[in-house]
Design a binder for this molecule. Sequence first.
Ligand SMILES: [Zn+2]
Length: 100
Amino acid sequence: MKQVKIIEPDARKKSDMECRKCGLKYTQQHYRILRDAKKLIYFSLDFDGNPKVKPVCHQCLREAALELNNNEPTEVEIHSKLNKKTIHTFYANSRDRQEG
Ligand SMILES: [Zn+2]
């Protein structure tokens, strides 16, 4: 199963957040506001932490996850900062499923 991590805003970081698929870009401060308002989440698909791999936004996560698996149903385990895990299953042609 693919491990995915929620990237939390970090005001100490100078770098902006940018989705590598759609290019959606915000400063850390703006991301904080949107994250708190539950309007935006950036995910790291590289759980092992290659910092050079850019994140994806929540709107692109599905497509990015399916791409990893040749559009076959793809299970991802999403980790939040409190080590809470949620399993999402993405399907190319039908409704996605969420557990946990
Ligand atoms: Zn995006």
